[in-house]
Unconditional design. Structure first.
Length: 864
């Protein structure tokens, strides 16, 4: 068996090295030059922690068993002995300098992990060991292996939640634990309150904190330090001060220093021997869970799941459109500290008809999707020259004209990929200030990984299985306990947001949601991504506008868009389905929405008809619009309303003479002049039929319309101007966050060709490294000895001849040279060309091209 991980990796086949890189892709960022570099990187603390984060609870426990079962160091005689199920396994104290290279017998791990009451079988333990060997957290053979360096540093200092041996803690405790019979009698005599403390610490971690007075040891007890990484449980006065003192004085707990503890408190540690004795019913590792906990006991019809999710998806698109339209009508100012203010968020929530939390989520998703952006205001329009507003971008107009399924896919894809946590909006930061939408306080680099992890749990369940939120959290805690620790609130947020977006329905991942998670959207990778590493075919598909798998699946569930309405006698307009984009734009102009859903209801009002006339419609055009769109006869009341509104529309004329207002109806002008709502215009009469004001004509028109009048603008000749809808102001176009975006905390994606190339590069680098270790004698002599001038000239001439021949033969050559700092060095290279006083050669080990000044070359030898 290899003594080092580097030797072990050198003995592995190309396929096995490829499997390692596939399981631990962070090892190739950047690409290692040789296997020694790969081994060093695999044993680093950061890489080891990444590998451990991907392991389930049971596999981590088996790794703890291997750490406990390491043979004791030859120079450390303080090893303890674990007695489990009548068989002994030698253990080494965590953190021993030689423990990383101590061999571990599989039989010892099996004896510890399959003890009566543990709940694990030998087959399950061997499978866990194989997973650890494949990731090189253990290395060696299936029967004997070693724990890789870096594992101890990245793991808890207390394997399996067991404390250190008593001999490393306290002399009193060591004497008590040296006599197993006396130790059992002491445990049996412990009062119930003290036994409760012991049971709590035996479950792990073995550290606890109590008030200093409760843990003061008797005279002669010697407290020793504990690893700084410990996380003690609080055993405050509520757990009983006297029980802890009793345990300390009885030698069942040891007072330790240098452990995390607050002022006025002291840390205590449960010795390993006591912990093992308390675990006699479950084995040294405690109760094990080889299989994931059950989840999804409730069953849902997959068709009902997809139908419910599709309905919510359609509603989300409508809500997002309403919210973005509210921002288009009145952009939200960006705070100096970043983000949208609390009042603005409330206003937008009311305008969109959603809760404040959902409004914050939609704003974040819209920004990530490239539908929202920040635009600077001109200096004349703001108090300062740096004011900014949040408003829709140019992409929003295109988005509104797309099918509902495609619009949803863009929103859901942005949510899945954005590095923002919308659930923090409205909470307080560490300075007790509210966290606002679009502020830097909601930036979380690992958010995409968390969303994919939570949805991955749902995707791993059988179709129709509906787990509760608690079941999902329990399953996550088993699948990745290190990554899930302390993230329950975040995981619940993901589940809630997935339901709000329609990714899930009835608590189950929808069919199109599975496709989105698998990257089969317009911006994601399809199933042929491995054959298209550059994304050329995906780009062509997007350019053609072809529907993705997600869009097609959702389209099949949504009702078809309608191009007609049903007019009622009470001037209500019933839309029997989602309106197509053109119809939706017309309804927005000529009617007021009353209810939304699969079938929406609108109402035609005098204000909505006036709005259409202001936008440039003529009465005849409105009659034609309703007749063309309605499948029912146009009510007579609607015809009268349009004609009456058109008759009074334009009774007032506004111009740009600073502005002016004229009308042939002197009584109407008198009414306007006396209207207190228009006092801000400072109107004054120039003639019986003319009024002027100090504000521009545009502002005067807006004020008159808000007051209920119906003016129309005119040009310098007095002809009425027919104006369309004013061109909406838009923020600069932003690229959306797509599924192609790289999660800052996610491991890189390695394709099969990439892995093969990396393995080949490692083999070449290893061969070059071996060659470097066998540097020829002439090169060493030229680099390490002083020679006279004539000999140096002869050696230099011989080196040039060797290099010129190597260029012709394309042979590998050892080159000795003096670097820029005057130090002698050597390198194995393949000469490419010689000219202009320089040698250009390729280093195959690093795959880089080097340039050597010929005057600095001291020797050259052809590589055998």
């Amino acid at each position: 068996m290899a003594n080092t991980l580097a030797d072990h990796l050198r003995s592995r086949s190309d396929a096995e090295l490829g499997d390692l890189l596939r399981l631990r892709p962070d090892l190739v960022v950047p690409a290692p030059t040789d296997i020694a570099t790969l081994a060093a990187r695999a044993q680093s603390r950061v890489s080891s922690a990444r590998a451990l984060d991907d392991l389930d609870e049971f596999t981590l426990r088996i790794l703890d068993a291997a750490r406990l079962c390491r043979e004791p160091s030859a120079r450390d005689g303080s090893a303890a002995t674990v007695h489990a199920a009548g068989s002994a396994a030698t253990v080494d104290p965590a953190g021993s300098a030689d423990a990383a290279v101590a061999a571990v017998e599989l039989d010892a791990v099996l004896a510890m992990a399959t003890a009566p009451g543990s709940g694990a079988t030998a087959t399950q333990v061997r499978a866990a060991v194989d997973r650890l060997l494949a990731r090189c957290l253990l290395y060696g053979s299936a029967g004997q292996f070693r724990v890789a360096g870096g594992v101890d540093e990245a793991s808890s200092p207390y394997p399996a939640g067991l404390g250190r041996p008593a001999a490393d803690l306290d002399d009193r405790v060591a004497r008590r634990c040296a006599d197993p019979a006396a130790l059992r009698r002491t445990l049996l005599s412990a009062p119930p309150s003290a036994r409760a403390v012991l049971d709590r610490l035996a479950a792990g971690p073995p550290l606890g904190t109590v008030t200093t007075a409760a843990a003061v040891p008797a005279a002669g007890a010697q407290a020793r330090g504990a690893p700084a990484a410990a996380a003690p449980a609080a055993l405050g006065p509520g757990d009983g001060v006297s029980p802890v003192r009793w345990l300390v004085e009885a030698g069942l707990l040891a007072v330790v220093t240098d452990a995390p503890a607050t002022a006025g408190s002291q840390a205590v540690e449960l010795p390993r021997e006591v912990g093992l004795l308390l675990r006699r019913d479950t084995g040294p590792l405690g109760a094990l869970r080889p299989d994931p906990p059950a989840a999804g006991s409730a069953e849902r019809d997959p068709k009902a799941v997809d139908s419910t999710g599709a309905g919510q998806a359609m509603e989300l698109v409508r809500q997002a459109g309403a919210l973005l339209e509210a921002l288009a009508a009145e952009p939200a100012p960006l705070l100096r500290t970043g983000g949208i203010g609390v009042r603005e968020l409330r206003r937008l929530a009311r305008a969109g008809g959603v809760s404040e939390s959902l409004a914050g989520l939609l704003i974040e998703v819209g920004y990530a999707a490239g539908l929202l952006g920040a635009a600077e205001l001109p200096a004349s329009a703001s108090r300062t020259a740096v004011d900014q507003q949040i408003l829709p971008t140019g992409s929003y107009d295109q988005w509104t004209n797309e099918p509902v399924a495609r619009r949803w896919e863009r929103l859901a894809g942005a949510w899945l990929a954005m590095t923002r946590r919308a659930g923090l909006i409205g909470r307080r930061d560490d300075r007790d200030r509210p966290i606002t939408a679009l502020s830097t306080d909601v930036e979380r680099a690992g958010a995409p990984t968390v969303r994919r992890t939570v949805l991955g749990v749902l995707a791993g369940l059988p179709p129709g299985a509906a787990p509760t939120a608690d079941e999902v959290l329990t399953l996550l805690a088993w699948q990745a306990p290190r990554r899930s620790r302390g993230r329950d609130d975040l995981h619940r947020e993901v589940l809630d947001e997935a339901a709000q977006l329609g990714v899930t329905g009835l608590g189950v991942l929808t069919g199109y949601g599975r496709s989105l998670l698998a990257g089969e959207g317009r911006d994601g990778r399809d199933t042929a991504a491995d054959d298209d590493p550059l994304g050329v075919r995906a780009t062509e598909r997007e350019h053609r506008g072809a529907a993705s798998t997600v869009e097609r699946a959702l389209n099949d569930l949504l009702p078809s868009p309608v191009d007609h309405v049903l007019l009622q006698a009470d001037l209500t307009v019933v839309v029997p389905g989602p309106p197509e984009p053109a119809l939706a734009a017309e309804l927005e102009l000529v009617a007021e929405p009353e209810s939304t859903g699969a079938a929406s209801v609108h109402r035609v009002t005098p204000a909505s008809v006036r709005r259409a006339l202001d936008a440039g419609y003529q009465a005849a055009e409105l009659h034609e619009l309703f007749a063309r769109r309605s499948r029912t006869p146009v009510p007579q009341g609607l015809t009268y309303l349009i004609d009456d509104s058109a008759r009074t529309h334009g009774g007032l004329r506004a111009g740009s003479a600073g502005g002016y207002l004229r009308s042939d109806d002197e009584a109407l002008l008198a009414t306007v002049l006396a209207d207190r709502r228009l006092a801000a215009l400072s109107l004054r009469r120039l003639a019986p039929t003319v009024l002027v004001c100090v504000v521009p004509a545009g502002r005067m028109l807006e004020a008159l319309r808000q007051a209920g009048y119906a003016p129309v603008p005119e040009d310098g000749t007095g002809a009425a101007l027919r104006t369309g809808r004013p061109r909406a102001r838009r923020a600069p176009v932003r690229h959306p966050v797509t599924l192609r975006s790289v999660d800052p905390l996610a491991a890189p994606k390695l394709t099969a060709p990439r892995i093969s190339g990396l393995v080949e590069q490692l083999r070449r680098g290893e061969a070059a490294a071996r060659a470097v270790r066998r540097t020829p004698g002439p090169i060493r002599a030229a680099n390490g000895q002083a020679v006279d001038g004539l000999a140096a000239v002869q050696a230099h001439s011989q080196a040039l001849a060797v290099l010129q021949q190597a260029v012709r033969d394309k042979a590998l050559v050892w080159v000795g040279y003096v670097d820029a700092h005057g130090a002698a060095a050597s390198r194995l290279v393949r000469p490419v060309s010689i000219g202009g006083g320089y040698l250009r050669a390729e280093d195959e080990r690093t795959e880089t091209l080097h340039t050597f000044a010929l005057q600095r070359v001291t020797a050259a030898v052809v590589h055998d």
